[in-house]
Design a binder for this molecule. Structure first.
Ligand SMILES: [Zn+2]
Length: 150
């Protein structure tokens, strides 16, 4: 099972990403890059969207939407601890809403060593790691946020 900490390459981690999430994640191509979420932005009203929209809900135009890489850092808006996990997940785990500088609020699993670390307003960073196991027991990766540490 690959993990970031074991030094696995972005390419090997990419194989494990949930196919439904792959179009939303740009994996780093060098050690200096970070994984990023792919959203889009309307060039007319300048609003950002994640997941991407095919039509701007403000302008009702399709032709103004452009793919953009979103900030890999955000702030915790709110969170909760899930104590009864759905199939494939292991409880307890944290989920929350993360505010990005682009004005987006993103729902995401959160990673902390101890749930007491979670503080509303804290700085978080995006990373890619295990989310769940599929019905065959295969590890499935996706995006998560964790406390930002320099
Ligand atoms: Zn628009």
């Amino acid at each position: 099972m690959p993990t970031h900490e074991s030094g696995s390459t972005a390419q090997s981690i990419e194989e494990y990403i949930d196919p439904r999430l792959k179009p939303l994640i740009k994996m780093p191509e060098s050690p200096s890059e970070r994984p990023r979420l792919i959203g889009n932005k309307c060039k007319f009203c300048k609003e950002y969207f994640f997941p991407k929209r095919v039509l701007c809900p403000n302008c009702l135009k399709e032709e103004g939407l452009e793919d953009v890489l979103l900030s890999h850092r955000g702030r915790l808006y709110t969170y909760c601890i899930v104590k009864a996990a759905p199939l494939g997940f292991s409880a307890p785990y944290a989920v929350g809403y993360v505010d990005l500088p682009e004005g987006l609020r993103i729902f995401s699993p959160l990673t902390v060593d101890n749930e007491k670390e979670l503080q509303i307003g804290m700085d978080l960073e995006l990373f890619v790691d295990k989310i769940r196991e599929d019905e065959t027991g295969k590890t499935v990766y996706g995006y998560r946020f964790r406390p930002f540490s320099i």
